[in-house]
Design a protein around this ligand. Structure first.
Ligand code: 5GP
Ligand code: MG
Length: 190
């Protein structure tokens, strides 16, 4: 697995540092007086990619919270470009009147956040905020407002820390690029 890595883009120590900074900011924004009335939040990680980021982040959030799960597929199998986002499943509970914090691993075309945000808005929450660990410099990402961003990265296909290629590499602790021959020859529509 480690022989497949081309370059470490963000090492685990920098990820951990940035996760703590984001957590401090999120905590301040979700504590009185910033948040009036109901102060409980529902954290909604977009599975599977956001699983590891979310697990690390919420352990630095000293807030009363619930967790709702939402599974979305946009890069099925060996895709390295979005194939359009699709909701695969959900376990969200009652979202009426709740403050939601939507968490995703990476913002690219913006299709996933757009789809998920509209689905959640229909459930009558008090507010919806968004947090992504990574953001690519694409037109779609620029057109998609997010409340919290971990890192702006170049427009390259990355894996590790929850992000996959063909469902592999999610358990790598760093965010990395893969050697080209592993991705080459794989059509995006296969
Ligand atoms: P968007 O819907 O904004 O185009 O893309 C968001 C989703 O696409 C992410 O949740 C992630 O699943 C996938 N994605 C986008 N860029 C990458 C990437 O560089 N690597 C991996 N592994 N997944 C990506
Ligand atoms: Mg994803």
């Amino acid at each position: 697995m480690h022989g497949d890595i081309e370059r470490v883009l963000i090492p685990q120590s920098r990820i951990a540092e940035r996760v703590r900074e984001l957590a401090r900011q999120i905590t301040a924004d979700h504590s009185p007086p910033a948040l009036a009335g109901e102060s409980e939040v529902t954290i909604v990680p977009i599975l599977t990619g956001a699983m590891i980021f979310c697990a690390d982040l919420i352990r630095h959030l000293p807030l009363p919270m619930r967790i709702g799960l939402l599974a979305v597929s946009s890069y099925p199998g060996q895709s390295i470009r979005t194939q359009g986002s699709r909701i695969l499943g959900e376990q969200l509970g009652d979202l009426r009147g709740r403050h939601l914090l939507l968490i995703d691993d990476i913002l690219d075309s913006g299709g996933t956040l757009k789809l998920v945000r509209s689905l959640l808005q229909e459930r009558g929450p008090a507010s919806v905020k968004t947090c992504v660990l990574l953001r690519k410099p694409t037109e779609g990402a620029r057109a998609t407002p997010v409340d919290y961003v971990g890192f702006d990265i170049p427009d390259e296909f990355v894996v590790g820390y929850g992000l996959d290629y063909d469902d592999l590499y999610r358990n790598l602790p760093d965010i990395v690029t893969l050697k080209g021959h592993l991705l080459r020859g794989k059509s995006d529509t296969e």
